[in-house]
Design a protein around this ligand. Structure first.
Ligand code: FAD
Length: 471
């Protein structure tokens, strides 16, 4: 085995933290490896931030993750927090269209109808809209079935504009906060492309893919939803991992300004304060908008992430239960882009995640900011509150002010995976492996924005580094 190797990880969000955690484990197993995690801000966790306020657990960024993607649960288990895992409560979700909340028709998988009865009964679509969607049953496959296409273009062709605008777009843009007519199908929902290839019709082909409720009764609670979070707040994972890392390996308040390959084959990592450090391998766990500035120009990929990440804000509001005059038995709603509201989505957090809210209280969390208009995000907390309350008043009849609220702004935080994202990502990886061997890009900019995707990308980078070391 070669001499001790040093790895520098740039960015201390969930991706960088995961990488540091698994490198630390390798070191403890005896691998000759050391690491430094460099974070520009004064804290680790990146977008993961939890507030504890009078018995409330309030997530400012991500609030949960998809349980069937196992990497995040694996990390939580290894960090010793498995006993804090909780599944979401399931319940009716709604979509607002034409000024009214409609139940999301039963059997809709990411908006694709798979059950005829609820689809026929819903008033979310006109008879003409339903007839257009039924054309999916007879339409042929796309001729260039293997090429990338926008999510909007793909679904409009199969199911028509109405199903896309009233259901699919509001559901999907909740995850990507993007313009679905530019979002890459291959990089966001490749399963739909596969279904079309295999079964031709999405309506018929999605039937076997209906999401199942959690099948782990007795492990983390009774049969519940498919999302998981930590009852102690997601930031408790960040804190636990930080405790498990070596303090001298974590550099906070240090901004990386460049990564250069030296004649020795090692890397010099330059910091904005004029100092530098050296590494045998580097994990670039900062967003691509930062990462590309750290790399020499010939390694950057033209057009990759050409559209800046979208800015959004969330507002969490606590009310006494009595403020909710028109309580709706459900977990929240998303809103069609055509609606004149400021809110784009609202989670009834007290219902979806009961552990977050004390008895007798209600916790609502609303999103504002759309890909085509993000101005609201930059307004004052008070004006965001007023605009959101105006919407909540007309949708849910709420007239009271909240007892307290928190606005969280996420500026250019939602990366936009545009058509051909996958090909551009492959090019970036090839550039790195050809010219900067031992340097890996990981995190939300590449193979999925969800927490488990970020964790999996860090696992992969660590695996490559460890494999190289063992050779
Ligand atoms: P980040 O968390 O952005 O971390 C990158 C780190 O790099 C930051 O700490 C930054 O300070 C640091 N950095 C940047 N530049 C430098 C530099 N030059 N030198 C050193 N350090 C640098 N996902 C889910 O799975 N479920 C959800 O419910 C969910 N909800 C979300 C809600 C919101 C409002 C947002 C914004 C995202 C949500 N996501 C959700 C997505 C998920 O939170 C993110 O994709 C994920 O946290 C990104 O992690 P990361 O480590 O890749 O990046």
């Amino acid at each position: 085995m070669p001499n001790r190797q040093h790895v520098v990880i740039i960015g201390g969000g969930i991706t960088g933290l995961t990488a540091a955690f698994y490198l630390q484990k390798e070191k403890e197993k005896g691998l000759p490896i050391t690491y430094t995690l460099i974070e520009a801000s004064s804290r680790l966790g990146g977008k993961i931030k939890t507030i504890h306020h009078d018995g409330f657990v309030i997530e400012r960024g991500p609030d949960s993750y998809l349980g069937r993607k196992k990497s995040m649960t694996r990390l939580i288990e290894q960090a010793g927090l498995a006993d804090k895992l909780v599944n979401n409560e399931t319940g009716q979700a709604y979509v607002m269209s034409g000024g009214t909340l409609h139940r999301i028709p039963e059997g809709a998988v990411m908006g694709v109808p798979t059950k005829v009865g609820p689809f026929i009964k819903t008033k979310l679509f006109s008879p003409a809209g339903k007839a257009r969607a039924a054309l999916d049953l007879v339409l042929p496959r796309r001729e260039e079935a293997d090429t990338d296409i926008s999510v909007g273009h793909f679904f409009r062709r199969r199911l028509g504009d109405q199903v896309v605008e009233n259901l699919i777009e509001p559901l999907l843009s909740g995850i990507y906060a993007g313009d679905i007519d530019r979002l890459s199908l291959q990089s966001t929902f490749p399963q739909f492309q596969d279904v079309e290839k295999k079964s031709r019709s999405l309506i018929l082909g999605m039937k076997p893919n209906l999401p199942q409720p959690s099948d782990r009764p007795g492990t983390y609670g009774k049969k519940k939803g498919q999302f998981l979070t930590l009852s102690s707040g997601l930031e408790s994972l960040v804190e636990r991992i930080e405790e498990m890392l070596e303090p001298e390996s974590i550099w906070k308040n240090k901004k990386v300004s460049g990564v250069a390959r030296e004649d020795t084959g090692r890397y010099r990592v330059d910091l904005e304060d004029g100092t530098n450090t050296h590494a045998d391998a580097v994990i670039l766990a900062s967003p691509y908008s930062v990462t590309k500035q750290l790399l020499p120009e010939h390694l950057r990929v033209d057009g990759f992430h050409a559209t800046p990440s979208t800015s959004v804000a969330t507002i969490a509001m606590a009310f006494p239960a009595s403020a909710l005059k028109k309580d709706i038995n459900g977990t929240g709603f998303v809103i069609s882009r055509k609606e004149p509201t400021t809110i784009t989505a609202c989670t009834w957090t007290h219902r979806k995640w009961p552990h977050t809210t004390p008895e007798g209280m209600v916790l609502l969390r609303c999103y504002v900011g759309r890909s085509n208009n993000q101005d609201i995000v930059f307004e004052s907390d008070e004006s965001i509150l007023r605009a959101v309350l105006k919407d909540l008043n007309s949708i849910m009849d709420i007239t009271a002010d909240p007892e307290f609220y928190y606005v969280s702004r996420w500026i250019q935080s939602m990366p936009q995976y545009e058509v051909n994202h996958k090909q551009q990502w492959e090019k970036l990886q090839a550039n790195l492996s050809d010219h900067y061997p031992g340097v890996y890009a990981a995190g939300a900019s590449y193979e999925g924005v969800g927490l488990p995707d970020c964790v999996a990308s860090a696992e992969k980078a660590v695996m490559h580094i460890v494999e190289n070391l063992r050779q």
